[in-house]
Write a protein of this length. Structure first.
Length: 348
């Protein structure tokens, strides 16, 4: 167990089983909050919101003021890294749009030099948030893992089949490895800058880890993640790293064993029985309420919360969703979740 902390999230990530469990929600700052929609309405575009420290700070703090989560997650976006590398990145109603990088010539346009200064507004926001948080509230920073970020860089946005990026990785693995290596190096600097600015925990989002077969998963998910974790631990040994290899199913076991992460975030499809049987009992886990259940609320929410708390009782556990808060989730349901998590756990 790491050095003692009074913050519930840090205690759980250090290996302590807490009841009630600490909690926060992926995408807890966002469109489901009326105060966020008002903030966004007076901002020129999404990138401006992310890269204006005062605005990013306000967005980060909004859910904490309203619901009192045990952690704030810095308002940012995983695609700020390719933007800082020099790729054109835009956001519209249908999601992100990037000028695709499809070959070595495209990789050659990316510039690692000076990336920390280009991401400086994010670090400034982290420092501002850290100074404004309640004493017991931890601050989480994050980045996309290299494979997931690369999917957007190569596909030019979201994808159904990931045909372009997977084809490149299969056809020319050495060339694709150059892109992964650049993203990996940029990710280390992005996370290190956040930690130096005051972030206490970081999470690596590998949202598209589950689209790869095991051999690709080992090469493009596990190996880069392990190198990022090792680099961060060399510089910031006390900062926990949470890994989220969404959709990876039984490969969660390899991921937990081989990446060096301090905790794993579970997507909605990971059964509690699998976690208890196949993941180390001392490994902190986080998750994994279905975001649709939070949107529905009522009896479904009460039953699911009780089931998760019973299922993960006795091990270090952080309550969260299996993915992000859906934009049409009623804020009242998040308030109800807060009340449910504050209640004593039902023994049966």
């Amino acid at each position: 167990m790491r050095g003692a902390s009074s913050k519930p999230l840090l205690r759980a990530l250090a290996g302590e089983a807490l009841d009630p469990p600490p909690w926060w929600l992926m995408r807890q700052a966002g469109r489901y909050l009326p105060e966020y929609r008002a903030l966004r309405a007076r901002t020129a575009d999404f990138v401006t919101l992310c890269l204006t420290p005062a605005l990013a700070t306000e967005a980060t703090l909004q859910p904490i003021r309203r619901f009192g989560m045990d952690a704030a997650i810095l308002f940012s976006d995983i695609l700020l890294v390719p933007r800082a590398l020099g790729q054109s990145v835009g956001f519209a109603g249908d999601g992100p749009a990037l000028d695709p990088i499809i070959d070595a010539a495209g990789v050659g346009t990316l510039a690692l030099s000076g990336i920390a200064s280009r991401l400086g507004p994010v670090f400034e926001a982290a420092a501002q948030v850290r100074g404004a948080l309640p004493e017991q509230t931890a601050l989480i920073g994050f980045a996309g893992a290299p494979w997931t970020v690369a999917t957007y860089m190569v596909e030019g946005g979201s994808s159904r089949d990931f045909g372009r990026v997977k084809s490149w990785a299969y056809r020319e693995p050495q060339g694709f490895a150059e892109l992964i290596g650049i993203v990996e190096a940029a990710t280390i600097e992005f996370l290190a800058g956040q930690i130096a600015a005051g972030v206490e925990v970081v999470q690596l989002f590998d949202s598209w880890a589950g689209v790869l077969p095991e051999s690709g998963f080992a090469r493009w998910v596990i190996a880069p993640t392990a190198r990022i974790v090792a680099a961060l631990k060399a510089r910031f040994p006390a900062c926990p790293v949470i890994g989220f290899p969404r959709g990876s199913g039984v490969l969660y076991e390899r991921y937990a064993a081989e990446t060096g992460v301090d905790a794993v975030s579970l997507d909605t499809g990971v059964p509690g029985g699998f976690v208890q049987a196949r993941l180390p009992a001392r490994l902190p886990v986080q998750g994994n309420l279905d975001p649709v259940i939070l949107k529905v609320g009522g009896a479904a929410l009460r039953e699911a919360v009780a089931d998760l708390r019973r299922g993960f009782a006795g091990r270090p556990y952080v309550f969260n969703l299996g993915h992000g808060v859906l934009p049409d989730t009623p804020a009242e349901h998040v308030a109800e979740l807060s009340r449910l998590l504050a209640e004593p756990r039902s023994p049966s």
